[in-house]
Design a protein. Structure first.
Lengths: 75, 440
């Protein structure tokens, strides 16, 4: 589980390179359609299914990494 | 030089305006008793118009933005704050924003697939895409059948394609879907209201653009003039309308492909304008008019999505001053065919029953307008013609190739912003330039 992997997913989906662990998805121009593509990438990579509401509460790679870890542990 | 333009929609009127400005003697022959084609305004209250056809635009629609500016037309933003209503399973749910109560991962997987196939298409010539043959073989439904297993994604796909392009996934080819999404600026731009393709509406209605273009062509636009034949000889072309033959040096046919094929061309066309599986865009637009936007009082935006029809989605199209409330309903895809086949009273009852489920406490509407584009003899569908498997590879190479003195316009002849007002305008400019640039 690495934040860098999620930062890379952000870069690919948002088509922006200048992003880091604390980049806010919506401030970087993301919308709900692109958010689903972050979540599908996380599901493919980590086998974890987060909801859109989860994402709204954790729209940075760092916060998402925590959610992914928690979901993986609880699973 | 004398030019006859067939069709007084956006494409035909733009072409005629350009040609007139270049000094041509122009006559526009329009079958209907009005101009505008697939832009059509209904005055639902004194001075308040709704768009019964094309409605929305975004800032990438540069030819339309320029034209609005030239004609002195203003735009109004579409953004409406509030909660959405969703009827996608058991009952109706209220949620913040526009995100449906479906698996985000399942929808993300669908959008990943659509984005991938969209990026493979050559936007300027979809039929020349590297894998055009494979993408043109299957319908979207066939293509996604094995790729899309989650029930939420399967439920969402027809709603999404209905909203984006008034298409039934079982009729449209993968190549056409991918091209349409690419042509319109990509999934994200086409889907978005603020900052996207639905950013604004034309104040007073999109038809106003055509009305003003026609005013600039006074005496040269002839209504009630369906064209049934275009005959070419060594010295010119003769366009046969209701009032008799009109002689021309060049002709612009600015009607949708399924209609262009109803004209008798002599000599005949090397190939039909529509393919064997091309179908009308399946859209019926419904307007419910209320004394005010009553849903806003319950902090609802008017946006809704339903798995079952007739209204697959609704949006608040009230005028900026909210002097009346306008709830616009979209009936698209397969549902549009079913709905369009109902008698008028049953249509009205079905629409009102659903509106009351979605927005409890709605009063009786002051007025209900149902605009059926599928069965409209002079449009044959809306938003645009839908290409089925095999169609693009056969039609693509001749999309804009003149047939002697006959030139082609209409949103379906524009690979940029195909199906939108923007595509229609660009096609009109292109057709006029072909003629003006042509040696006499």
């Amino acid at each position: 589980m690495s934040v860098d992997v999620i930062v890379d997913i952000y870069r690919r989906v948002l088509e922006i390179d200048d992003l880091g662990p604390w980049s806010d998805f919506f401030a970087a121009g993301g919308d709900s359609l692109l958010a689903t593509r972050i979540l599908s990438a996380l599901a493919r990579t980590y086998g974890v299914e987060l909801s859109y509401e989860d994402f709204l509460l954790a729209p940075t790679p760092a916060a998402l990494a925590e959610r992914v870890t928690a979901a993986g542990v609880l699973r | 030089m004398k030019v006859v333009v067939v069709g007084a929609g956006l494409a035909g009127l733009v072409a005629a305006t350009d040609l007139a400005e270049a000094g041509a003697d122009v006559a526009v022959l329009e079958a209907r008793s009005r101009v505008g084609g697939r832009t059509f305004g209904i005055e639902v209250a004194p001075g308040a118009w709704v768009d019964a056809g094309a409605a929305y635009l975004g800032e990438r629609h540069t030819a339309l933005v320029t034209l609005l500016d030239e004609l002195g037309c203003k735009t109004v933003p579409t953004t409406v704050e509030g909660h959405s209503r969703f009827a996608l399973g058991d009952g109706v749910q209220t949620r913040a924003g526009r995100f449906p109560p479906l698996s985000a991962v399942a929808l993300g997987t669908l959008f990943d697939l659509l984005d991938e196939v969209t990026s493979q298409v050559r936007p300027d010539a979809p039929w020349l895409s590297p894998n055009a043959a494979a993408l043109d073989e299957l319908t979207v439904a066939e293509w996604l059948d094995e790729r899309l297993t989650h029930p939420d994604a399967r439920l969402f796909l027809p709603l999404f394609l209905g909203e984006m392009m008034a298409a039934d996934p079982t009729a449209v080819s993968v190549l056409h879907m991918a091209f349409y999404l690419r042509s319109g600026g990509g999934l994200r731009y086409l889907n978005a209201f603020a900052g996207g393709a639905q950013d604004s509406r034309v104040a007073g209605g999109a038809h106003e653009v055509c009305v003003r273009l026609a005013e600039g062509l006074t005496g040269r636009v002839h209504l009630g003039e369906p064209v049934h034949a275009i005959v070419q000889d060594e010295t010119g072309a003769t366009v046969h309308g209701r009032a008799g033959p009109v002689r021309a040096d060049a002709v612009v046919v600015a009607v949708p492909p399924l209609l262009a094929d109803t004209i008798d061309y002599r000599p005949g066309l090397p190939g039909a304008r529509a393919g064997s599986r091309t179908v009308p865009g399946c859209a019926v637009k419904v307007h419910l008019i209320y004394p005010r936007p009553v849903w806003r009082e319950q902090e609802l935006s008017g946006w809704s999505m339903s798995a079952d029809g007739p209204l697959l989605s609704t949006v608040d199209d009230s005028p900026p001053d909210a002097a009346i409330g306008v709830l616009t309903g979209f009936v698209t895809g397969r549902e549009a065919h079913r709905f369009a086949a109902l008698p008028g009273a049953q249509r009205r009852a079905a629409v009102l029953a659903q509106a009351h489920r979605l927005f409890p406490g709605l009063p009786e509407p002051i007025r209900v307008e149902v605009t059926d584009w599928i069965n409209d003899p002079y449009s044959r569908g809306c938003y645009a013609a839908l290409m089925g498997p095999g169609d693009w590879r056969r039609l693509g190479p001749q999309l804009t190739t003149p047939h002697g003195r006959v030139h082609w316009a209409g949103t379906e002849t524009s690979t940029a912003f195909f199906g939108l007002m923007e595509g229609a305008i660009r096609s009109g400019h292109r057709a006029a330039a072909e003629i003006v640039g042509r040696p006499r």
